[in-house]
Design a protein. Structure first.
Length: 276
């Protein structure tokens, strides 16, 4: 009987021992290096948040750039027989532009100059003669030439513009041939006398020989960007392909969120490096 009484105690002791072994083993098992918790290399909670912060950043950039995708269409060397059809396109598309005019045919196309003004484009000054050897040989010659075109415009529309573009742009090095340092002197005197000169940062390349309308289109649409785009084009009598490319350029720009403006004295200036 005494032996029989001990049996349940032995069984309970065995069970307790088993439980103790299992607990100890399980504890050690968890502590083995290969089963220790591995910290994830990627923090998933951060990964989920990431697109949100990216989206915000992009939105901020877009907000500043969308409001600043402005195109200034500029036409040098007119007016010519082409200018009227350029004005027709601008009217149809309801976009403003800036014309840097010359005296060459200005009285022949005085009605066209009036129309530019009435249709709210900027009538700006290029040069009376477009003769580099004359205008860049002395400060007096340059300002005599500028005063001539300024007076011509005044005779037609009654205003004396102060917005100008230098023939060849302020960076041209041709002026060196006629007078060393002339460009720096011209720029200084223009600034002292409240003239506002504008170069360009997009060249349609329509000044170069026989360029196709497709090339002009590509030259412009591939280079326009956020911010200020001052596009150099010409409306002199040989620039038929410029006129032909114009409407497609405007349509592309509109489709891509650009707005159009005309140059005023408040427009952010684009100035080239002065090389003389
Ligand atoms: Zn020119």
């Amino acid at each position: 009987m005494q032996y029989k009484k001990k049996i349940p105690i032995i069984i309970i002791m065995c069970l307790c021992l088993n439980i103790a072994i299992i607990i100890t083993y399980a504890y050690n098992y968890k502590d083995r290096p290969e089963f220790k918790e591995i910290k994830p290399l990627i923090n998933y909670s951060k990964k989920i948040e990431k697109p949100k912060s990216n989206k915000l950043a992009i939105k901020n950039i877009n907000q500043s750039t969308v409001s600043d995708k402005t195109i200034y269409l500029t036409f040098d060397d007119g007016p010519s027989y082409l200018t009227e059809s350029i004005l027709d396109i601008l009217k149809e598309e309801n976009v403003p532009a800036t014309f840097f005019v010359t005296s060459n045919q200005i009285y022949k196309y005085s009605d066209v100059i009036k129309r530019m003004y009435e249709e709210n484009h900027t009538v700006a000054l290029h040069t009376a003669t477009h003769d580099y050897s004359y205008i860049y040989s002395s400060l007096d010659n340059y300002f005599n030439d500028l005063n001539k075109i300024r007076t011509d415009v005044f005779n037609i529309i009654g205003i004396k513009p102060r917005i100008i573009r230098l023939p060849g742009g302020s960076s041209n090095s041709i002026s060196k041939k006629y007078s060393k340092g002339i460009m720096t002197n011209i720029i200084n005197k223009l600034n002292e006398n409240d003239f506002y000169y504008f170069d360009w940062n997009i060249d349609s390349m329509d000044a170069s020989g026989n360029i196709s309308k497709e090339s002009i289109y590509e030259n412009v649409v591939n280079k326009i960007h956020s911010g200020t785009n001052i596009i150099l084009m010409h409306d002199s009598s040989t620039k038929q392909t410029t006129k032909e490319a114009l409407q497609d350029i405007i349509k592309y720009a509109k489709k891509n969120g650009y707005t159009f403006s005309r140059i005023t004295k408040n427009t952010s200036t684009i100035h080239h490096h002065i090389n003389n």
